[in-house]
Design a protein around this ligand. Structure first.
Ligand code: C2E
Ligand code: MG
Ligand code: MG
Ligand code: MG
Length: 280
């Protein structure tokens, strides 16, 4: 009685598993092919000094152009992570960034480039070596870069702690990204050597609408400062938000108010104006 049922069950499970595996293989092949065929590119979004309105850096944001349609990173990054292609993709990001931005960075001394790492990147051995190679490709020092790690993808263990120490020894600044969407774990800020905290858009959004919750945000900012972590506000869309953030001591911001992510050429044209000559 039980036998035919179990046999049927096994066949169904077998079919499901093979289907899943072949789907996985095909996504992984698609992504590798897409890298080879240069379907990925980077958009750059300016990061500004709120007070002077000067562009002090850029965040590189990955895009996939596939059959004329642009696919957002929130869609393909998880696919790349679960299909073993994330390392290749992160290397492609560094390659693209070097191609687009090394000249800008060599020309302006205090401009930095921010690059997103996925949680998966932190678990793969050899990241420090790959970063060293990237610096050689740019011909630049590590302190011209910031590495962003999202709070939710961050695995809290000794390996991550050591890795962050290592990349900081190479000069990289390290930021915890999307702070506020994960556990907003302040213990992280004490235990890890983060230089920056990127306050998530969801937090920034509350500033102009809700007094109680914006007070909470302001307390977070104070706490971060006490822990020697500088705050960058993400997703600033209204000038009122910028004014309030500045009042609370946040001096760096990013968002549509200042500029949307755009292609390198346009970014350089619009945001990397040469410094005005000093007139006496
Ligand atoms: P993120 O690092 O937090 O990047 C900020 C996201 O907010 C970007 O979305 C950006 O376009 C968007 N944004 C910026 N300003 C505003 C604003 O004022 N209003 C609104 N509504 N949105 C704003 P995007 O480009 O779709 O990237 C989504 C996420 O994908 C990123 O979040 C990052 O976690 C991930 N990602 C992007 N590029 C890469 C990459 O090269 N490697 C890895 N591992 N992850 C990446
Ligand atoms: Mg980011
Ligand atoms: Mg973010
Ligand atoms: Mg995000």
């Amino acid at each position: 009685r039980v036998f035919p049922f179990t046999l049927f069950g096994s066949v169904v499970i077998f079919l499901l598993v093979t289907r899943l595996l072949s789907r996985r293989r095909s996504i992984s092949k698609d992504l590798q092919m897409a890298i080879r065929q240069h379907e990925f590119y980077l958009d750059y979004q300016p990061i500004l000094d709120i007070e002077t309105q000067r562009c002090i850096g850029a965040e590189a944001l990955l895009r996939w152009r596939r059959n004329g349609e642009v696919i957002a990173p929130d869609i393909f990054i998880p696919l790349a992570e679960s299909n073993g292609v994330m390392t290749l993709l992160t290397d492609e990001v560094f390659r693209l960034a070097a191609r687009d931005m090394s000249k800008v960075m060599q020309d302006s001394e205090d401009f930095y480039l921010s690059i997103n790492l996925s949680g998966h990147d932190l678990t793969v051995p050899g990241l420090t070596e790959r970063l060293r190679h990237m610096l050689e490709a740019f011909g630049l020092a590590g302190d011209r870069f910031m590495l962003e790690v999202t709070e939710s993808s961050f695995v809290d263990n000794e390996h991550s702690r050591e890795l962050i120490r290592e990349v900081r020894r190479l000069g990289f600044k390290v930021a915890i990204d999307d702070f506020g969407t994960g556990f907003s774990n302040f213990a992280y800020l004490q235990r890890y050597e983060f230089d920056f905290l990127k306050l998530d858009r969801l937090f920034v959004e509350t500033i102009s609408v809700d007094d109680v919750r914006s007070n909470l945000v302001f307390h977070l900012i104070e706490l971060a400062e006490k822990l020697n972590v500088q705050v960058i506000a993400e997703g600033v869309e209204e000038s009122e938000q910028a004014v309030k953030l500045l009042e609370k001591g946040v001096s760096r911001a990013q968002g549509w108010l200042y500029g949307r992510p755009c292609r390198a050429r346009r970014f350089i044209r619009d945001f990397c104006k040469p410094a005005a000559p000093l007139t006496v």
